[in-house]
Design a protein around this ligand. Structure first.
Ligand SMILES: [Zn+2]
Length: 316
């Protein structure tokens, strides 16, 4: 149905040698959003004229889209996290890749004052007020400041840039960290990575996957990892949530399996219909365990922004 011509919505097309500025795209709809936010009188059948209000309260996208809409540096830039001030560091031996070693949370009250540099690396949380202040400062000094290139038009609407920008499971987990880890386990390119089973158990992984008979509500059946490049995001989701632990049991060391299962368990808890305060505490502990051991089990070079964002899952 979504492919029918009458159902396709094309809000904008951009043709040019470089990406547009996020605010350039937002400018096209900004006046209408402002009017809608104040309220518009509409003649509604059987209800006469009513004032209808529309407010942008949240949004999401993949890493490049979120950075563009929030007027931030790209995911490989300094202080690229939308939730905290951790600067990250260039990955050794590479160009254009930044890693974010796991650091303890720091209290918001200890956040360096405006004008201080952020050499004291740490997960100091951003909030909506300081996000806008940092954007204004970047405009004033005409260079990036704390990961901001300037202000975003979104902050002139009701949307709160930090609280209102979601980090969704599809981009972060299934097509993000989950897919990356599966590649680390079975991809030839990563066969020298600590934790890879490419040389020893890849055939067994594929046999186990192909023997799975999922229930009818899973529409795409499991494929061999030989076809990993063709896997849809829904297949990565099924692997992460349902197949990964039984498939990897007996292949992984107990430590590796417990480590990976802590991430699966955290996501399963967050996917629950009802997430209680105590569940969030458990998620926090599970993510802390996952991130604390990651460097020793797989190496710091994989701790890119996506993996760093896992640290913020309990507070999203
Ligand atoms: Zn962060």
């Amino acid at each position: 149905m979504r492919f029918k011509k009458e159902n396709i919505l094309v809000p904008a097309l951009w043709c040019g040698p470089v990406k547009p500025h996020g605010n350039t795209l937002l400018k096209a709809i900004f006046p209408d959003l402002q009017v809608l936010q104040k309220g518009v009188d509409m003649d509604i059948p059987k209800h006469n004229v009513q004032t209808v209000t529309g407010i942008v309260i949240c949004g999401t996208g993949d890493l490049p889209a979120r950075a563009m809409m929030l007027n931030m540096v790209a995911h490989n830039g300094e202080s690229a996290c939308q939730r905290c001030y951790q600067r990250g560091e260039p990955r050794e031996g590479t160009f254009g890749v930044r890693v974010f070693p796991y650091l303890p949370n720091r209290s918001k009250e200890l956040l360096p004052k405006e004008g201080a540099n952020f050499n004291q690396d740490g997960m100091y949380p951003r909030d909506d007020a300081n996000f806008n202040v940092d954007g204004i400062r970047a405009l004033t000094i005409a260079k990036h400041y704390a990961g901001l290139k300037g202000t975003t038009l979104l902050s002139k609407l009701t949307l709160l840039p930090v609280k209102g920008t979601g980090i969704d499971a599809m981009h972060l987990i299934y097509a993000g960290c989950g897919r990356k880890m599966l590649k680390m386990f079975v991809d030839e390119k990563h066969s020298e990575v600590k934790g890879s089973v490419y040389k020893t158990h890849k055939t067994i992984v594929d046999e186990r996957l192909l023997n799975i008979k999922p229930p009818a509500y899973i529409t795409r059946v499991p494929k061999s990892t030989v076809e990993l490049a063709d896997w849809k995001t829904s297949m990565h989701k099924s692997f992460f949530l349902y197949y990964s632990l039984p498939v990897l049991k007996g292949i992984f060391t107990d430590l590796n399996l417990r480590h990976f299962s802590s991430l699966v368990a955290a996501v399963q808890l967050l996917n629950s219909d009802c997430v209680k305060e105590n569940d969030l505490k458990n998620v926090e502990d599970l993510i802390d365990k996952f991130m604390s051991y990651f460097k020793d089990l797989y190496g710091c070079e994989f701790l890119t922004l996506n993996f760093h964002l896992l640290c913020h899952l309990p507070t999203l």
